[in-house]
Design a binder for this molecule. Structure first.
Ligand code: C2E
Ligand code: MG
Ligand code: MG
Length: 285
């Protein structure tokens, strides 16, 4: 009798598993289809030099829009699915090409040398063809390497450290800038940063969020920025939403910032418009 209960529970459990697997498969198929139908677009969020308040670049962020232009799902949900199916390799290369083309076009149109930052997921980072893909994207767009910044996470770097260092060195030879995204000391300590040939550390928005209320978080931000500077890296704050945060970051000698306080991610067209107005530096403060 008792066993029937266990059996039932097991069946229930395995049905839930099946449902989850099926849901995942359906999402992966939907993503593949959506990519084929051109439902992905790249948005651009401005990055600002905290001291001059000038816009210095943008981060390219992927968006999934349906036929009516409505957002289907947030990247935090669909990127992991793309990562699992491997579709991220193809989509990531498309983002890279699109972002490089845009940056080259904005440079031609405005004469300003903006940098574009592109996210590279752990799977993309492990792709042996990554450097080739980056080189091709730069060449096809006619964009100098130094105008492109690639963002990696701690997860990707700590995975196989030797391979990671080799990959970063190869990318460095292309002249591209390298940034550690969402840094909050989860897998890599401040001391570990020294071992990676990177140019900037992006402070995770969860530490930036609390820095005006919590002396501890403010101290962590300060420590990351100080160490980054000793290692000749820049500190970039993410998720800056208030003037209080921006002021404190400026006091702490943080170099650059990105967040809703300055601008939300914008379509390419909206960003072009902003660029034309931005001759006035007060536009983004
Ligand atoms: P991320 O690379 O850390 O990107 C920054 C995220 O913070 C973006 O979320 C951006 O919209 C959001 N953000 C910016 N300013 C603020 C702010 O002031 N407050 C708050 N609360 N959020 C802010 P988004 O666009 O939803 O992207 C989420 C993540 O998805 C990205 O985090 C990145 O890890 C991944 N992702 C996005 N696009 C791509 C892509 O093209 N390729 C890869 N591999 N990953 C991507
Ligand atoms: Mg990023
Ligand atoms: Mg980030």
């Amino acid at each position: 009798k008792g066993q029937g209960g266990v059996g039932n529970r097991f069946r229930c459990y395995s049905r839930q598993l099946d449902d989850a697997t099926q849901e995942r498969q359906e999402l992966q198929e939907a993503l593949q289809r959506a990519f084929g139908e051109g439902q992905f677009v790249v948005n651009y969020q401005p990055q600002v030099d905290l001291h001059s308040s000038r816009m210095i670049g943008v981060e390219a962020l992927l968006r999934w829009h349906d036929a009516e232009g409505k957002v289907v799902m947030a990247p935090d949900r669909f990127i992991p699915a793309m990562e699992e199916s491997g579709l991220i390799l193809e989509v990531g290369e498309w983002v890279l090409k699109t972002a490089c083309h845009q940056a080259a076009q904005w440079t031609r149109e405005t004469g300003r040398s903006l940098k574009v930052a592109v996210n590279v997921s752990p799977r993309q980072f492990r792709d042996p063809r990554l450097t080739d893909r980056v080189r091709h994207a730069l060449e096809a767009a006619g964009l100098p390497g130094k105008r492109l910044e690639l963002e990696f996470t701690e997860e990707a770097l700590q995975d196989d450290e030797e391979l990671a260092q080799e990959t970063l060195r190869e990318l460095n030879r292309l002249g591209v800038r390298l940034a550690l995204d969402n840094y909050r000391g989860r897998f890599l300590s401040l001391r570990d940063l020294k071992r990676f040939p990177i140019h900037s550390v992006k402070l995770d928005r969860t530490i930036v969020r609390d820095m005006t209320e919590s002396a501890e978080d403010a101290a962590i931000v300060q420590a990351v920025i100080s160490v980054a500077h000793v290692f000749k890296m820049k500190g970039i704050a993410e998720g800056v939403e208030t003037r209080g945060q921006a002021d404190l970051l400026r006091q702490q000698a943080c170099d650059d910032a990105q967040g809703y306080m300055f601008a939300r991610p914008l379509s390419a067209a909206a960003f072009s418009e902003l660029l034309q107005r931005e001759d006035d530096p007060r536009q983004l403060q």
